[in-house]
Design a protein around this ligand. Structure first.
Ligand code: C5P
Length: 223
């Protein structure tokens, strides 16, 4: 049996990727971080000195570059034309520019096509902003994870520290998160929105294990 498509969406730093990875492991599914793909396009543009507002050039770049993933512990590795950019795509300058790149319709079209190919065979947990609403509208399991902005900033802060990433203050992180959510929710193409058939999960006062258990129960009922 191949397994189903599981779509996990929600605002920035709601814990989607942490949870999605663990769910994928539990069911022996593939995990795909679609946010990482938009981050790679952003990094490529910044590296080449292309303005993130230049939709023509950024779209062309999105079609030209090769984005790939490889298993890794504790983190899946992300590659841009074969170069390991796993850490580079988590920089503050990427956080600040990625929403502009993700708002370009032709960039979304290219990423959406690649994501559908990755998910085609099933047995996949894919996280992002528009997976349940646009990329995989027929996914049998759709989760919309939310948490207060304060809690999400706190989690990000702790995560940055643990990873040794130079981190902004808690207040700055909360501001950045709120600004990014606002941009992602208000863009014209595939904005961040809960699909009507998605299960909303407020994780503010839940542990990672509790969230993984809840999603696993939903998947088991669907299989
Ligand atoms: O999930 P992550 O925070 O890494 O995503 C980075 C950015 O990529 C988001 O803020 C959003 O602008 C964009 N994104 C998107 N659609 C997705 C996943 C991410 O627009 N499916």
């Amino acid at each position: 049996k191949k397994g189903i498509q599981v779509a996990i969406d929600g605002p920035a730093s709601a814990g989607k990727s942490t949870v999605a990875k663990l769910v994928a492991k539990r069911f022996n599914y593939v995990y795909c971080d679609t946010g990482a793909m938009y981050r790679v396009v952003t990094l490529a543009a910044l590296d080449q000195g292309i303005a993130v507002t230049d939709s023509t050039q950024v779209s062309q770049l999105a079609r030209e570059i090769k984005i790939s993933f490889a298993p890794g512990e504790p983190e899946q590795r992300v590659f841009l034309n074969g170069r390991d950019v796993t850490t580079a795509i988590r920089q503050g300058r990427i956080d600040q520019n990625v929403s502009a790149v993700a708002a370009i319709p032709a960039v979304r079209e290219e990423m959406t096509n690649q994501q559908r190919q990755i998910a085609e065979e099933g047995g996949i947990v894919m996280d992002g902003r528009d997976i349940g609403s646009t990329v995989l509208p027929n996914a049998p399991v759709k989760i919309f994870m939310v948490a207060t902005a304060h809690e999400r900033a706190r989690r990000r802060y702790v995560e940055n520290k643990a990873k040794g990433i130079a981190t902004a203050s808690l207040e700055e992180l909360q501001k950045e998160i709120e600004l990014r959510d606002q941009k992602d929710s208000s863009r014209k193409v595939s904005p961040l929105v809960q699909a009507p058939d998605a299960v909303r999960l407020d994780t503010t006062s839940l542990t990672i294990d509790e969230v993984v258990d809840r999603i696993s129960t939903i998947i088991e009922k669907t299989l």
